[in-house]
Design a binder for this molecule. Structure first.
Ligand code: ATP
Length: 212
């Protein structure tokens, strides 16, 4: 029996209910055996996060504790290099069976930016890509990406076949919450109760995170 393993990478600065609800819904819809939330150590595409890598990992751990099949994966923090998704996929592939399916979850915006990623054309050698489409998306895919979609997409996410190589789309209305908004609220002394799990909120306060 092959297993289905989802991957959601992010800065998770901090992890919030938008990430978590989206992850739970995808895991249920696709019957995932595992959905790994993988905090990025040194995000190649953005500035320094407000919390340390260890703190961001700990918040993800607290958020997914007892929430099967979600789990925290610390592999990008154990690497002494920038967090390239390709390297992450290769290292995960070494730990799982060859027939296991790997599904890389990407928001539409991230998917549109794919051609700027490190060795992006090789990603599908290691995983399927599941694009989380949102009704209000306002970005366009480049021609290279549209060609790839034409060649590799399957209309039904349930029909993904084999361990890697296909692209599929799932429609999701995301919760209107972002880590940026949460950091800003905390910096201005406002409550973020119910936007992050209580255990994450307690950790943020205990560590004095995001005060400015
Ligand atoms: P920031 O505001 O700091 O840019 P963020 O809230 O967008 O952060 P990331 O850590 O950058 O969070 O996101 C990781 C992944 O989670 C991305 O693929 C992103 O598309 C997805 N994501 C972020 N916010 C939501 C949300 N509200 N609903 C569903 N998915 C989300």
């Amino acid at each position: 029996m092959s297993r289905r393993i989802g991957i959601l990478g992010g800065t998770f600065d901090p992890v919030h209910i938008g990430h978590l609800r989206g992850a739970v819904e995808v895991a249920e819809m696709l019957g995932l055996d595992e959905l790994r939330l993988i905090p990025s150590a040194r995000p190649p595409h953005r500035g320094a996060p407000g919390a340390s890598p260890e703190q961001r990992l700990e918040m993800v751990r607290l958020a997914v504790r007892d929430v099967s099949p979600l789990m925290a994966d610390d592999r990008e923090l154990r690497r002494d290099k920038p967090s390239y998704t390709l390297d992450t996929l290769v290292s995960l592939r070494e730990e799982i069976a060859p027939q296991d399916q790997l599904l890389l979850l990407l928001g539409w915006d991230a998917f549109c930016g794919l051609p700027s990623w490190y060795r992006w054309t090789e990603l599908l050698d290691h995983c399927h890509i599941l694009v989380l489409q949102r009704p209000d998306a306002d970005m366009d895919a480049s021609e290279a990406l549209r060609d790839l979609v034409a060649a590799r997409s399957v209309p039904d996410p349930q029909a993904l076949a084999g361990p890697a190589g296909q692209i599929t789309f799932v429609w999701q209305t995301p919760l209107e919450v972002s880590a940026t908004q949460i950091r800003q609220s905390l910096a201005s002394g406002k409550s973020v109760r119910f936007l992050v799990p209580d255990a994450v909120l307690a950790y943020i306060h205990a560590q004095g995170l995001y005060l400015r």
